[in-house]
Design a protein around this ligand. Structure first.
Ligand SMILES: Nc1ncnc2c1ncn2[C@@H]1O[C@H](COP(=O)(O)OP(=O)(O)O)[C@@H](O)[C@H]1O
Ligand SMILES: [Mg+2]
Length: 392
């Protein structure tokens, strides 16, 4: 059986799969109606990837995805459709592993294939694997469905906190490829940016890579974001995979700041994450978005065992109570950070709160988050702060 089975996929996209995999069986949409699929999907030679194209009606595709999950759990189902958060959620619930735009380019097709084969391997090795001890190496991914909810604030502060605990141990990567501003939040003017770190010799030689990192005066290493959205567009999911893998061999802690939503780059980083910090804001769309993103990641099997739900910018004037938020997301929040003027001041001056070490509630909350993620490295006062800052 082929690695990839496509059904009802339009010619251009079908060609992209053929080019990248070389092992593709392409069937027309009638294959679904004829019910001939079971023969292709049952048994040890089932495909790693089943792609349901735009010619398969959406309802049929979703119901088929559910059946495949039962008949052939080793097969990842990809749906070709215009992705929007509601569709993502419905698709994931139906057992779809990935949604690919009908206009996806070769890089997106490649990313889907890499993820599908990675998932199949992970499922195989999950059988009989021993329970893992607390990681000595961390890849902490900070994500959120929306922009402006404090991802960069949290990522830079965690990185500063981890670096302070063990000099030379930590690198922060700006994966917000369009509008990232990790360098700004750290008052750095970088000589090299992310595109430099994934090109040429830096892409496979750790020594060269290290010369392409910026260094904050606290000892934190930084992969600054691309200096223009166009340069950011050239970065593929495979680039991100290689970069995060290399950095996590060189550094005990890799902290990844991300763009809003579930981009290929964010999903690729999440496949390597030991910790996910998922952030939401105190408003109805923000809370619903948090719930949806959590659901989708759970369906994708991309929520690491250590996940930290953070509500930022809590404010009694929002008309929402913490209890409302927890009811909507279906469980407790791990940390609530209030709105406070110390944060914009810190962003605008480029001095992270954990570097300054103030007594405001956001600094205390960030210390508590650091203590959750790296208990051994947190200062003793972190434990007192955790109670005051209201972590669970
Ligand atoms: N708890 C907070 N109180 C007040 N302002 C905040 C708070 N958290 C973040 N901000 C401000 O909101 C803006 C967006 O934060 P940022 O961390 O860049 O979000 P994101 O990376 O999710 O887009 C920044 O100007 C920051 O100073
Ligand atoms: Mg940001």
């Amino acid at each position: 059986m082929s690695t990839v089975l496509t059904i009802g996929v339009d010619d251009a996209l079908s060609a992209a799969f053929h080019e990248i995999s070389g092992d593709v069986l392409a069937l027309g949409p009638e294959a679904v109606a004829e019910g001939t699929l079971t023969g292709h999907l049952a048994g040890p030679h089932a495909p790693a990837l089943l792609v349901l194209g735009a010619q398969v009606p959406l309802r049929t595709a979703l119901s088929l995805a559910g059946q495949v999950d039962v008949v052939s759990p080793g097969t990842s189902v990809v749906l070709v459709a215009f992705p929007d958060p509601d569709l993502w959620q419905e698709a994931m619930r139906a057992g779809v592993r990935d949604v690919l735009s009908p206009h996806a380019d070769a890089a997106a097709v490649q990313a889907v294939l890499t993820r599908a084969t990675g998932l199949a391997q992970a499922r195989r090795s999950a059988h009989g694997a021993a329970p893992t001890a607390a990681p000595t190496r961390r890849v902490v991914v900070v994500a959120a469905p929306k922009g402006g909810v404090g991802k960069t604030t949290v990522a830079t502060n965690l990185a500063i906190g981890l670096a302070a605990a063990e000099p030379g141990s930590t690198v922060v990567v700006d994966l917000d490829l369009q509008f990232g501003d990790v360098a700004g939040a750290l008052a750095l003017v970088p000589q090299h940016t992310l595109p430099d770190a994934v090109r040429g010799a830096a892409s496979n030689d750790p020594l060269v890579l290290k010369t392409h990192l910026s260094r904050h005066h606290t000892g934190l290493y930084v992969v600054a974001g691309s200096d223009s959205p166009a340069a950011g567009d050239t970065i593929t999911a495979a680039d991100v995979a290689r970069l995060v893998d290399m950095l996590s061999r060189e550094f005990r802690n890799v902290v990844v700041d991300t763009a809003p939503g579930l981009t290929d780059h964010t999903l690729t980083a999440l496949e390597r994450a030991t910790d996910l910090v998922l952030m939401g804001s105190m408003d109805v769309p923000g809370v619903r978005g948090l719930r949806k993103e959590l659901d989708v990641l759970a369906q994708l099997g991309l929520v690491p065992a250590r996940r930290h739900l953070v509500l930022n910018g809590a404010d009694s004037a929002s008309g929402l109570a913490i209890e409302d938020v927890e009811r909507t997301i279906g469980g407790p929040l791990d940390l609530v950070l209030p709105r406070h003027k110390a944060v914009p001041l810190s962003t605008n001056t480029g001095v992270p709160l954990l570097e300054k070490g103030g007594k405001d509630p956001v600094t205390r909350g960030l210390q508590a988050l650091l203590a959750r993620i790296a208990p051994a490295t947190a200062p003793v006062r972190g434990r007192r702060a955790r109670r005051r800052a209201g972590t669970r």
